[in-house]
Write a protein that binds this ligand. Structure first.
Ligand code: ADP
Ligand code: MG
Length: 481
C-alpha cells in the first residue's frame, strides 16, 4: 500500500466519524509525507491544521491508521508544507499572497463623502491641476464595528469551537487561510459576535487595514441607492479597496438577482487580491434558495462551518461570564433556573439575565429563585407557547423508542411505564394540562394516576441527576427539533 493509498483509506475512516464541516476544514489538503518506525508524518497546509490535527484529531487519525495499517503505529506529527498545492484548490484562487498586487486597485487614499463632496487623489494639493477623471466622489469609510464583540468575551464550547477557531485564524492571517469563511447557524447563537471579533482583532493588530462589516440587507440598500443616484462606480470602487469584508446574514441576498450579481463582482475582485471575505448565514449555502449557482460555489470553495445551540453547561458558563462582566451576583439556583428554561439561543439567555438584574436593581432586591421564577415567567411562557401534545408524543416516542399505542393504551407493559410518566410530566410542566385531561389522554386513566406520575418525576429530579439530564434532553428536543 502506498502512502497515498493508506492516507486515502484513513481519510475514508475519519470521514465516517466526524462532521462533514470538520472533515473538510481540517483534512482538506493533507497527505502522508512519511512513515518510519511507526511514526507517521502528515503534511498539512497551515499551522492551524497542524494544531488541530495534533491535539484534537490525533486520536481519530491513530485509530484509523491502526485499523488499516498492519505495522505498529506509535504516533503522528504534522509538518506544514510550504509549497502548497492547495492554492489551486479553491476555484479561481488567482494569485498567491506573495505576488498579489495591491496596485491593481487604483483608489484615492483620501476617501471622502459619497453624497456631499468629491475627494481628490492623494497626490493632489490646492493649486495643483488635478485630472478631472480622478475627481470621483466616494463613500466615507465606516467599519461599522461594535467594540463589544471580542474573542476574549466569547465563550468557547463544543457548539462553536470550530467556528471560533476558524474566525480567529482568519483574524491572524486574513486572506491566507480560509477564504471565504462562511459561518452558519440559528438566530442568536453568536455569528455576529464572531464576525465582529475578527474585525476588532484585526483593527487592533493592523489599524491600517480597511475593514467593513455590513449586513446583506444594508448592502442591498446601499447598492440600490447608488444605482438610483448613478453612483454605482463609486460603490464598486469603495468596496474593492476593503481588506476585510464581512457580510452578515447573507441569506437575505436570496432572490435579489441584481444585488447578487454586484456582490459576486465585488467578491471576485477582492478574492483575486487575496482580500479576506467572511460571510454569515442562518443556513448553509446549499440551503439558500435562489442563490446564484456561481455565488454558491464560491462560498463552497472556502471554509464552511456551523454554530449550534449551546448545551446546558455552556449556557451556565455564558451566564456566569455575563455576570462577571456586569459585576452582579445571582444565586446558583436562579442561574440554573434560567439556563434550564431559556435554551433557544444566547441572545434570549442574555435577555433573561438582564431582566433579572434590572428588576432586582430597580427594586433593590437580592436575587432569589422565587424572584427569578416570577420575573421570567412571562418570558418563558412566550417561548413555550407553540408546543403541542403531539410534540410531546413525538419526542417521548423517539427518545424511548416505543410505540405510541403502547404509550397511551391502558396495558401494563412495564417498559413503557417510565416513558408514560415522563410524557405525563411534560404535559403538565410544559403545557399546564389539567391532571384529569392528562388521565383521559392516556387511555382514560384516573386523574390521580397523572398527579402521581408528575409528583414522582418532579421529586426524583431533585435527587437524581441522571433523570434531570433526561428531562433536559427531552425538553431540548421538544423545543428545538
Ligand atoms: P447571531 O448573529 O448568531 O444571531 P449574535 O452574535 O448577535 O447572534 O449573539 C447574540 C448575543 O449573544 C450577543 O449579545 C452575543 O454577544 C451573545 N453571545 C452569543 N454567543 C456567545 C458566546 N459563545 N459567548 C458569549 N456571548 C455570546
Ligand atoms: Mg447576527
Amino acid at each position: 500500500m502506498t502512502h497515498e493509498e493508506l492516507w486515502k483509506a484513513v481519510l475514508g475512516e475519519i470521514e465516517l466519524s466526524i462532521s462533514r464541516a470538520n472533515f473538510i476544514t481540517w483534512f482538506k489538503n493533507t497527505s502522508i509525507l512519511g512513515l518510519e518506525n511507526g511514526a507517521v508524518t502528515i503534511g498539512v497546509p497551515n499551522g492551524f491544521a497542524k494544531e488541530w490535527l495534533e491535539n484534537k484529531y490525533n486520536i481519530y487519525i491513530l485509530k484509523a491508521l491502526r485499523k488499516i495499517n498492519p505495522e505498529e503505529i506509535r504516533g503522528i506529527q504534522c509538518i506544514i508544507r510550504t509549497e502548497n498545492p492547495s492554492s489551486s484548490q479553491s476555484a479561481g484562487a488567482g494569485q498567491s499572497p506573495q505576488n498579489r498586487s495591491i496596485d491593481a486597485i487604483k483608489a484615492p487614499e483620501n476617501r471622502s463623502s459619497f453624497d456631499i463632496r468629491p475627494s481628490y487623489p492623494p497626490h493632489a494639493h490646492p493649486g495643483y491641476p488635478t485630472n478631472p477623471a480622478l475627481e470621483k466622489p466616494t463613500l466615507i469609510h465606516h467599519s461599522n464595528l461594535n467594540h463589544r464583540y471580542t474573542f476574549e468575551n466569547f465563550i468557547v464550547s463544543e457548539n462553536n469551537e470550530l467556528a471560533r477557531a476558524a474566525c480567529f485564524a482568519v483574524s491572524q492571517n486574513p486572506g491566507m487561510v480560509y477564504n471565504p469563511l462562511f459561518i452558519y447557524g440559528g438566530v442568536g447563537l453568536g455569528k455576529t459576535h464572531l464576525l465582529q471579533s475578527i474585525g476588532n482583532e484585526l483593527t487592533a493588530s493592523h489599524p491600517e487595514k480597511k475593514i467593513k462589516y455590513i449586513t446583506s440587507e444594508r448592502f442591498t440598500t446601499e447598492l440600490v441607492d447608488s444605482i438610483k443616484n448613478q453612483k454605482i462606480d463609486q460603490f464598486k470602487d469603495y468596496y474593492q479597496q476593503i481588506d476585510l469584508l464581512i457580510i452578515d446574514d447573507v441569506q437575505f441576498l436570496s432572490g435579489k438577482e441584481k444585488t447578487q450579481a454586484e456582490f459576486f463582482h465585488i467578491f471576485n475582485a477582492l478574492y483575486q487580491l487575496n482580500k479576506q471575505i467572511v460571510i454569515s448565514s442562518d443556513r448553509p449555502p446549499h440551503a439558500i434558495a435562489t442563490l446564484e449557482d456561481r455565488l454558491r460555489s464560491r462560498f463552497q470553495g472556502g471554509m464552511i462551518t456551523d454554530i449550534s445551540r449551546p448545551n446546558y453547561e455552556t449556557r451556565i458558563a455564558i451566564l456566569e461570564a455575563k455576570l462577571r462582566e456586569r459585576g452582579f451576583q445571582i444565586d446558583r439556583e436562579s442561574l440554573h433556573y434560567i439556563a434550564e428554561n431559556i435554551t433557544q439561543n444566547v441572545r434570549e439567555l442574555e435577555g433573561a439575565l438582564n431582566r433579572v438584574i434590572a428588576y432586582c436593581e430597580f427594586h433593590k432586591l437580592t436575587p432569589s429563585p422565587s424572584a427569578t421564577e416570577k420575573i421570567l415567567s412571562q418570558l418563558i411562557f412566550q417561548t413555550k407557547k407553540n408546543l403541542s401534545l403531539d410534540d410531546i408524543f413525538r419526542v417521548v416516542i423517539e427518545y424511548y423508542k416505543i410505540e405510541k399505542e403502547d404509550l397511551v393504551k391502558k396495558g401494563r407493559k412495564k417498559e413503557v411505564a417510565h416513558p408514560r410518566q415522563m410524557a405525563m410530566y411534560l404535559m403538565r410542566s410544559e403545557l399546564q394540562t389539567s391532571f384529569s385531561s392528562i388521565g383521559s389522554v392516556f387511555g382514560g386513566r384516573d386523574h390521580t394516576t397523572a398527579l402521581h406520575a408528575f409528583e414522582k418525576i418532579h421529586k426524583n429530579t431533585q435527587l437524581n441527576t441522571q433523570l434531570k439530564e433526561e428531562i433536559h434532553t427531552l425538553k431540548e428536543r421538544l423545543y428545538y427539533s
